[in-house]
Design a protein around this ligand. Structure first.
Ligand code: HEM
Length: 456
C-alpha cells in the first residue's frame, strides 16, 4: 500500500490553500533578522499568524508549523524527512552515516540495531552506573564552594552515556576527554550555523584552532574506543557490540565509517541534550526552593533516609513530574526541521516538494492555548486527573514518530535519579557572577549558571 493511498480524505490539490505569510518581514533578510535577534520570542508569536505560516529567510521560503496537532501530523507523516540546514551542518562535521541524519531503509535498519540498548527492559542494567554517577556528582562538591553547572552537567551526562552504552574500564579517562571535546565542538557548531561564513572558520584564529583540535579528538576518541573493544575480543551486551555486529540490507557487516558515525551520532545528541536539561534542573532547584523541598520530602519518604537508588525511580512520581515540567518550560531541543519529499498538505495548506519546515517545541510547550497559567512552573499539572486537559502533542520533548528519540526512558531514568540525589543532598543558591539568562544554541541552556550548594 502506498503512502498516498492511505489518505483518501486528503483535500484535492485544488482545494489546498497557501499558508499565510507571517508579518514583520523586511526586504532582503525577510524574517531572518528576527529569528537571529530573538528566536524564542519570534517562534512563540507565530501561532498568532496561523496554524502553518510562511517565513522568508533571505531568498528562501520556509514553512513554520505552530499547533500541537500539526507538529504531531508532521512528525508522523511519511511525506517529510530529516533534512535542512541544521542537519546538513551537523552531517558535515559529525559524519553522514549515523542514525540521526539517515533517512529511508538505512535509517530503519540503524534504528533496529540501536533500539534494543534503549528498550525499557534494558534500562535496569544501567542502574548501578546511573546511581554511581548521580552520587559522585554531589560528592565532588564541597559545601559553600561555587559550582560551574555547565561543566558539571556536561561531565555527568557524557559519563553516563559513555559508560552505559560503550561499557569498559577504559571509559573513565575517555569520558573526561569526550567531555572536553564535545563541549568545544558544540560551541563551535552553533557559531557555524548562525553565522554561516565558511571562509571565516578556515582562518588560523585561536577559536578555530581549538574547534578543529576538539573535533579531531572526538573522532580519534571514537576510533580508539572501537579499536580497543575489537582488540579486547570481548562482547559485552551493549550498544557498541550491537554496532560492531550489525549487518546491512544484504546481510554484510556494516562498514568502518558507518560504525564510527553511529557512535558519534549517538554520543553527541546524548550528551548535549541531557547536560542542558540538568543545568535547567539545577536552576529550578535554586529558583524554586519550595519545589526542591517537596522533592527532598518525597525522596526521604521513599528511601527512609538511605541514598536514593535506581530502583526508587519508579516511585519518585513527584520528582518525575518536576523533571517533566522543567523540560516543558526549558526544553533542550527548541527547534526541529523537516523537508517535504513530495507535494503534500498539512492542515489543509499546500506544502511543495523540497520545502523546509520548522517548528519549535519551546513555543508549543509554552503556548497559552494548551496550558493554563502557561508560564508557571507547576509540576502537578502532570498528575493523572489534570494531565488529560493537555492537548495531544503539546508536550513532546523527545519528538514522536519514526524519528522519536530512542533514549526517552534512558534519559528520564537518569534525570529523575540525578534530581532526587541533588535535592536530597543540597539546597542551591545562585552566586554573584552567575548568569541564568537563556543561551540559544543547538540546545537551550543557561548562559553561565554558578551555584553554591548548601547542605540540607
Ligand atoms: C533530555 C534528553 C534528551 C532530549 C530532550 C532528546 C530529544 C531528542 C529529540 C527531540 C529527537 C528527535 C529529533 C527530530 O525529531 O528531528 C532526538 C533524536 C535522537 N536522540 Fe535524543 N534526546 C535526549 C537524550 C538523548 C540521549 C541520552 C541519547 C543517546 C545516548 C539520544 C540519542 C538520540 C538519537 C540517536 C536521535 C536520532 C534518532 C533518529 O533520528 O532516529 N538522545 N532526541
Amino acid at each position: 500500500m502506498t503512502v498516498e493511498s492511505v489518505k483518501p480524505e486528503a483535500p484535492l490539490a485544488a482545494e489546498l490553500r497557501e499558508p499565510p505569510r507571517a508579518g514583520g518581514g523586511v526586504p532582503v533578510l525577510g524574517h531572518g533578522w528576527k529569528l537571529v535577534r530573538d528566536p524564542l520570542a519570534f517562534m512563540s508569536r507565530l501561532r498568532d499568524h496561523g496554524d502553518v505560516v510562511r517565513l522568508k529567510l533571505g531568498p528562501k521560503t520556509v514553512y513554520a508549523v505552530t499547533t500541537p496537532e500539526l507538529t504531531g501530523a508532521l512528525a508522523l507523516s511519511n511525506d517529510f524527512i530529516i533534512a535542512g540546514p541544521l542537519w546538513e551542518s551537523l552531517e558535515g562535521l559529525l559524519g553522514k552515516e549515523g542514525v540521526a541524519t539517515a533517512n529511508g531503509p538505512r535509517h530503519r535498519r540503524q534504528r533496529r540495531t540501536i533500539q534494543p540498548a534503549f528498550r525499557l527492559d534494558a534500562i535496569p542494567a544501567y542502574g548501578p552506573i546511573m546511581e554511581e554517577e548521580a552520587h559522585a556528582l554531589t560528592e565532588r562538591w564541597k559545601p559553600g564552594e561555587t559550582i560551574d553547572c555547565t561543566s558539571e552537567s556536561f561531565r555527568v551526562a557524557v559519563r553516563i552515556a559513555a559508560r552505559c552504552l560503550l561499557r569498559g574500564d577504559y571509559m573513565d579517562e575517555r569520558a573526561e576527554r569526550l567531555c572536553v571535546a564535545l563541549a568545544t565542538v558544540f560551541r563551535g557548531m552553533y557559531r557555524r550555523m548562525v553565522v554561516p561564513l565558511g571562509p571565516l572558520y578556515k582562518l588560523p584564529l585561536p577559536a578555530n584552532r581549538e574547534f578543529n583540535r576538539a573535533l579531531a579528538d572526538l573522532h580519534l576518541l571514537v576510533d580508539e574506543i572501537v579499536a580497543e573493544r575489537r582488540a579486547s575480543g570481548q562482547k559485552p551486551d551493549d550498544l557498541l557490540t550491537a554496532l560492531l555486529e550489525a549487518t546491512d540490507e544484504n546481510g554484510d557487516p556494516i562498514g568502518e565509517q558507518e560504525i564510527h558515525d553511529q557512535v558519534v551520532a549517538i554520543l553527541t545528541p546524548g550528551s548535549e541534550t541531557v547536560a542542558s536539561t540538568i543545568m535547567w534542573l539545577l536552576h529550578m532547584l535554586a529558583e524554586h526552593p519550595e519545589h526542591a523541598d517537596r522533592v527532598r520530602d518525597e525522596v526521604e519518604a521513599v528511601t527512609g533516609g538511605r541514598p536514593v537508588a535506581f530502583e526508587d525511580v519508579r516511585e519518585l512520581r513527584h520528582t518525575n513530574n518536576v523533571v517533566v515540567e522543567s523540560m516543558r518550560l526549558r526544553p533542550a531541543v527548541w527547534i526541529l526541521t523537516r523537508r517535504a519529499v513530495r507535494d503534500t498538505e498539512l492542515g489543509g495548506y499546500r506544502i511543495p516538494a523540497g520545502a523546509d519546515i520548522v517548528y519549535s517545541p519551546y513555543a508549543i510547550q509554552r503556548d497559552a492555548k494548551s496550558y493554563a497559567r502557561h508560564l508557571e512552573f507547576d509540576p502537578d499539572r502532570w498528575l493523572p486527573d489534570r494531565v488529560k486537559d493537555i492537548p495531544k502533542h503539546a508536550m513532546s520533548p523527545f519528538s514522536t514518530g519514526n524519528r522519536k528519540c530512542p533514549s526517552d526512558h534512558f534519559s528520564m531514568a537518569q534525570l529523575t535519579l540525578i534530581t532526587a540525589a541533588l535535592a536530597g543532598t543540597y539546597r542551591f543558591e545562585q552566586v554573584a557572577g552567575s548568569n541564568d539568562g537563556t543561551r540559544v544554541g543547538i540546545t537551550l541552556r543557561p548562559h553561565e549558571l554558578l551555584l553554591r550548594p548548601v547542605p540540607r
